[in-house]
Design a protein around this ligand. Structure first.
Ligand code: MN3
Length: 234
């Protein structure tokens, strides 16, 4: 058999097998009323990857979003595949595994997926101000925007090692909190309004060890106050 004919047969063979497989699959799908389990997805960034520069460069985004956030999504999907968590919404997975010693990996990856998505939404390249309602609450509960920023920066700086700083609404009062590693307020009664990632991977490429410089730049220029205001009323 010459090369051309061998190659032709191989192609026909492959096509036939593919067609059969596809028919079989279609019949199986139609005959089985089971719901298709959708994997947890990496959401699209709400801005261009260079939109937050220089405080957060496209280089940082390429690692932080493109590698770290994506890895949490991939690891989570691998960890929940074939388990009773596979068809659950992300928030339910986080809450169902929080504090469970035998579910640490699923908790860490699911909470990190949630926290990172919330973090990207907490940032905006457009300079914003809070809604009247949120501004009033910041005045009442912190004594004004400058005082809020001081408290938030102190929390972001005071988180030893990896973690997150948060503005939350808790029992009708706005509070600043911090959480270590993957911990997240969504496992508590507090409702997050914005967050700041203070893991070193969030700022090291742009600010090296100067976490304070990153925190101040984000607080002054990149907070998505529309997102925070919306979270307060929803
Ligand atoms: Mn991070």
């Amino acid at each position: 058999m010459n090369e051309a004919r061998r190659s032709f047969l191989a192609t026909v063979g492959a096509t036939t097998v593919a067609a059969l497989a596809s028919d079989t699959l279609a019949q199986t799908t139609m005959a089985t009323p089971e719901r298709k389990v959708m994997p947890i997805e990496l959401p699209k960034l709400p801005f261009e990857d260079n939109a937050l520069a220089p405080a957060i460069s496209s280089n940082t985004i390429s690692f932080h979003y493109g590698k770290h956030h994506r890895a949490y999504v991939d690891n989570l999907n691998k960890a929940i595949a074939g388990t009773d968590l596979a068809d659950k919404p992300l928030v339910e997975i986080v809450r169902a595994t929080a504090g469970k010693a035998d579910k640490t990996a699923i908790f860490n990856n699911s909470a990190q997926v949630w926290n990172h998505t919330f973090y990207w939404n907490s940032l905006s390249p457009i300079l914003m101000t809070p809604s009247k309602d949120l501004a009033d609450r910041i005045e009442k509960d912190f004594g004004g925007m400058a005082k809020f920023k001081e408290q938030f920066a102190a929390a972001a700086m005071g988180q030893f090692g990896s973690g997150w700083a948060w503005l939350v609404a808790d029992g009708g009062v706005l509070k600043v909190t911090k959480t270590p590693n993957a911990e997240t307020p969504i496992t508590t009664a507090a409702k997050p309004l914005i967050t700041l990632d203070v893991w070193e991977h969030a700022y090291y490429l742009d600010h090296q060890n100067k976490r304070a410089e990153y925190v101040a730049a984000v607080l002054d220029k990149l907070i998505n106050w529309e997102f925070a205001s919306r979270n307060l009323v929803e």
